[in-house]
Design a protein around this ligand. Sequence first.
Ligand code: ZN
Length: 495
Amino acid sequence: MFKKLKEFEFKISAYQLALSTMNYDAVTVAPKLSGEYRNERMSFLSGEMFKIMQSKEFSDLIYELDKQSLSLSERRIIDLYKKNLDDLKNITQEEFVEARKLSLDAFTAWEKAREKNDYSIFEPFLIKNIETITSFVKKRNNGLSVYQNLLNDFEEGMSLEQFDAFFQKIKDELVPFIKEIHSRPQINDALDNKTFSIESQKAFTNDLLDYLRYDNTFGHCSVSTHPFSSRLSQNDTRITTRYDEKHLAGNIFSVIHEVGHAMYEHQIKDEYADTMIHDSYTYGMHESQSRLFENCLGRSRAFWEYNYPRLQNRFEQLKDVSLDAFLQAVNRSEVSFIRTEADELTYPIHVLIRYEIEKEIFSGQADLKDLRNIWNQKIKEYLGIDVKDDLTGILQDVHWTEYSSFGYFPTYAIGSAYAAQIYNTMKKEIPVDEYLSSNQFEKVNAWLKENIHQHGALYTPNEILKRVTGETFNPDYYIQYLKEKYSYYYGKTTD
Ligand code: ZN
């Protein structure tokens, strides 16, 4: 019977491969006029794939397999399929299509609102999105609150209490720590006011990819407006980056971040490729791998002890900039309005604000007509700045245009926190700094493969953390990591 499931999975993977190849092509090299033709074909293929996965034949097979005695990984695969089927069970095809259309309209309204810098254009759609997802989730009848359901759609097995405890820590410990750090003299930005040719940046991208052991036997790096990674298959995990003459660090850290995602997808055990175990990574675990690469490893001294001389070789203008000055430049912290531009230290505050707002929305505490005010007040409270307009305020993120994306934001911060917890254990088990400073990154990849990557989504995040670090999610490692790092750069002794 699992043979029958394999046939389904083969078919589904064929559609997925076609769709992700077309998407990667669309955002990297496809000519402008090709969009409409391709979009129609892509919708058709998505529809066909959806039909297979929603067919009676398929759900009968899953519920039949559910009754059999299964191995650990088979059981996991069936449970994951069953959750998908159960969540959608009480939603009619019409309701589903209507919700999809609502999100497309909401996206259009959001774009228009951004153009006019006027939240009121988007507001009615946002409220409709909230009402839609609330009614959908209530139909699951699983005894969990709406927001707990939404959180688990992105982060399986993490309880509302765990999220609450995590964000409470950020509020109690990080918010005052950041105020203290920002009251100190700002450190220099040695990269400011310099330009870096795109050609040399591309050459350095290749240096970095070599160093990270992300090679063209399974990877490829292209250019797009927003950097991302995409799994076409286990042995085809592609990334993109973006180049800006004025912003060298932007490219460097995008590349390191996306390779973190790509390695996670590539290093899964062969037998899990194309199964639900490969398709069900949680957003937080995925982000933990990219943030581990980008921040814990990629912004460390050991990493640049090897790579900085190579960077200087590519750029004459860095000849007189010391390694210390470079490290300061890429580890500065400054308050800002935009989440995606925030530094490593202030980033979780942006997520805390979104978490609190979503929680108030779905507990019925927030007046939905007052969300802009709530947003602006929280920015003032936690970051100490006054939001000037909607573009740099409540209209900045695309997420809430999609009715099913509430509960997504918290995974960004939780990913960084998992990364710090994993990094703490990794440093105890292998000489990370020695490997980084002597060009042995393959040994870091091997540790990650052995401990995390090979398993895919066989385990939930709490289970993986328990196996690797000896305890379930513990936010203390993250707080400690940030405090130590920024106390060092801003010359403060840790307490
Ligand atoms: Zn990412």
